[in-house]
Ligand binder design. Sequence first.
Ligand code: UDP
Ligand code: MG
Length: 351
Amino acid sequence: MEATAIETERPATRHQQQTPRPGRCDLSVVAPVHNEEENLRELHKQLTEALAPTGLDYELILVDDGSTDTSLSILRELAQSDPRVTVLELRRNFGQTAAMAAGIDNTRGDVIVPIDADLQNDPADIPKLLDVLNGEPRYDIVSGWRKKRQDKLFSRRVPSIIANKIIRSLTNVPIHDFGCTLKAYRREVLEDVSLSSDLHRFLPALAAWHGAKITEMVANHRPRTAGVTKYGLWRTVRVVLDLIIVRFLGTYMTKPLYFFGRLGILSFGSALVVLGVAVAQKFGWFWQPEGLHLNRNILVSLSALMAFFTVQCVMFGILAELLVRVYHDRQGRRIYRIREVIRQGDDESNS
Ligand code: UDP
Ligand code: MG
């Protein structure tokens, strides 16, 4: 009898890991987990202590990102003992952003709060984040700010300060700490943005380009007491590379032809100038008092090359434009986002 009970239970749990349970809840907390065996029970305890008193209908989505220690079995235990816990087991270590994306895809909360599993973020901050989110004015994203960050100075804090400054000025999103995992998102704003690479730190920027209203709140940050950090200085390089693609997505995703067109016009202009110089040199100007035949002048080739590049740019722009259209059409994505539709008779259904 027991064996059949186990048999019937297993596929059910598997299924839950693929798709979120039906129905909505108020809050989903998502934690990516990679080798955090010593932290998980305490994380669950602190999350429960912080969230139970709020009276919210919440769920905890814990994503095992290919842990090689006993994290997964501890997560299983937690899922057994607490119906609010859902564990997703990834097939291998996909990285923090992928783990977060998997978690977020499987949430059903109206508000989604990612948090690190290593206890560096303080679960007690979650209710405060929610207060700010639902306060006046109503925000779409509240970002945690690790004002007193408890990490190594030179390998972590200094690069982070510089990276944050660059991101802030390039994205025009006025928050201090893009890297802080602890943030509160309204579900709608996450449905629009897709995650890839290390882009989780750019979620606020991506969401802002879709029109999300963003603010920040100083959050507690604690030193890591168990387990080890998975990152070093190399991450800063990856952040900068990601920034380039984010910037591109934000500005040119809807109009790539403008980008390539601008490049094309620039090279066409240069081609004309260079050709002009070559022609002038034929008549003895520009350091060529004897006059230089056009067929002997390297500038003519340069000019031809630039003209060719112009054609390439325009063609490339058109191709990119077609791709973007396919992307938007296929996925049903729109190039605009509506915050709310207001019309007579809708009041009751909205509130
Ligand atoms: N993490 C993950 N997959 C990875 C690396 C990290 O799920 O490949 C998780 C890790 O378990 C932790 C969070 O991401 O919960 C943040 O990682 P870490 O504490 O190492 O980063 P730091 O706080 O040092 O920036
Ligand atoms: Mg950490």
